[in-house]
Each structure stands twice: as C-alpha cells, then as structure tokens.
Design a protein around this ligand. Structure first.
Ligand code: GRF
Length: 233
C-alpha cells in the first residue's frame, strides 16, 4: 500500500516533494478572520483521521475572531497578527510567511480570511494555498463578493443553483484552479441567510475533502484543471 503522501504531490509545485519526507501527515496552517466554522470542520476531520494531517497554527488579522478561540480550545497555537503594526501589505504578508514557515506548514488554508494576499505570499506557497468560496466559481466571486453579499447576488440574479468551491489560490482573486465544487439548489423562499446556512453545510464537507485529497497526494494541476487521482493507482 502506498504511503499516505505519495510522489504525485510534487506536481502541485511543492518545493520539497512529500516523497522525500518520512511524514505521513501534512501540517496545515489556517488563516481566518471570523467565526471559524470551516476551521472547526478541518480540525474535526483531522481529529477523526479523515484528513491525514494536523492543524498546527491558526492566524487571524482580527483579535476577536472566534476562530482564534476555537484554536485555543483545541490547544492549537492561535496567533493574532495585527495589520496596523505593518506599514504595507507586503510586510504583513512577509510576517505571515515567516510564521507559517516557522510552523513548517505544508498547506495553507484560507477559511474566511478577509485579506487579499500579495504575490510574495502566493509565491512562497505556490500551489499549496487553498480557499473556500460560498458560490460556484466563476459565478458570484471576485473582489467585494463575500459573506451574505454572495448569496444576495445569487438570489438577485435569479440563479437556480449555487454551492461552494474549494480552489487553489493564485494572484487572481477567486480564480485559481478548482479542486471541489458542491452544488446547492436555490429554493423559492430562500433568503441570503437560509441559503448561506445550506451552502455552509456543504462547505464543511467540501473543504475537508479537498484537504484530504491534497494530503493523500491525489491532486495534480494541469493548466486550469485539477485532476483527482485514484486512491490506489
Ligand atoms: C465561508 O462562507 C467561506 O466560504 C468564506 O467565508 C466564510 C467563512 O465562514 N470564504 P467560517 O468563518 O468558516 O464560519
């Protein structure tokens, strides 16, 4: 049986291939600005062994983010990194990279992180940053599309189907290669709130699944397409 992290992950652009590591678990760093329900779904999936990995640090740009509280209760290092202390986005992101490297993170997961990352950050973790968006990308995404605004836009447009997307992060906001999408039907009487609740339930399945596939070395990127390899080739 192959190890949990076979060679194929190297094609996701990892500088040091997992094949050369003894590790069978990946180290996950999560960036979050808010309530952290996706963070919790990831932690729970790691704890029950669904994801061969551990969340090794949680960083937030908001001191009062509930995500930090969740990390503390799980005894995971919870770090508040105050944007006001950094003169530029580049310097803030350089500090983020430093902390994530210090924790020897293999994968960075954005889970409701309300900042757009600079190219320097993206380069430092090329093809090793994931994000979750509460719509079916490329619809209802991009700058300014976050939170209930997304679901309001879906309803205003009259879309009949929405959902969630987990994707790799590139310099273009919300447009990196798509890993997983789960659809959700829009109901006649939906409000942005009811729709967001149903989409969120799907997010809590989609994100752990995408991370599990990454950790198992089953994702390869070909242009814009992410291919999911079978478990035992
Ligand atoms: C989620 O809807 C996610 O798709 C978006 O931000 C929200 C974060 O929610 N990127 P939570 O903090 O994980 O509960």
């Amino acid at each position: 049986m192959p190890s949990a992290i076979p060679e194929t992950l190297v094609s996701c652009g990892k500088e040091r291939g997992f094949a050369t590591l003894e590790r069978t678990k990946i180290r996950i760093g999560v960036l979050a600005s808010g309530r952290g329900s996706n963070l919790q779904a990831i932690i729970d999936a790691c704890k029950r062994g669904y994801i061969p990995g551990d969340v090794v640090c949680v960083i937030s740009d908001r001191k009062d983010a509930f995500a930090l509280e969740r990390a503390r209760s799980e005894e995971i290092p919870a770090i508040f990194l105050d944007p006001a202390q950094y003169p530029s986005r580049e310097e803030y992101d350089a500090k983020l990279v430093e902390i994530l490297k210090k924790h020897d993170v293999d994968l960075v997961c954005l889970a409701g992180f309300m900042r757009i990352l600079t190219p320097t950050f993206i380069d430092a973790f090329r093809n090793r940053i994931m994000n979750i968006h509460p719509a079916l990308i490329p619809s209802f995404c991009g700058k300014g599309m976050y939170g209930l605004k997304v679901h309001q836009a879906v309803l205003d447009f009259g879309a009949k189907v929405t959902g969630c997307t987990v994707h790799f992060v590139t310099e273009e906001v919300d447009l990196g290669p798509i890993i997983i999408q789960i659809p959700v039907m829009v109901r006649e009487n939906d409000t942005p709130e009811t729709l967001s609740q149903r989409v969120l339930k799907r997010e809590h399945r989609a994100y752990p699944l995408a991370i599990k596939l990454f950790a198992e070395g089953r994702l390869t990127i070909e242009g814009r397409r992410v291919r999911i390899l079978p478990k035992y080739p």
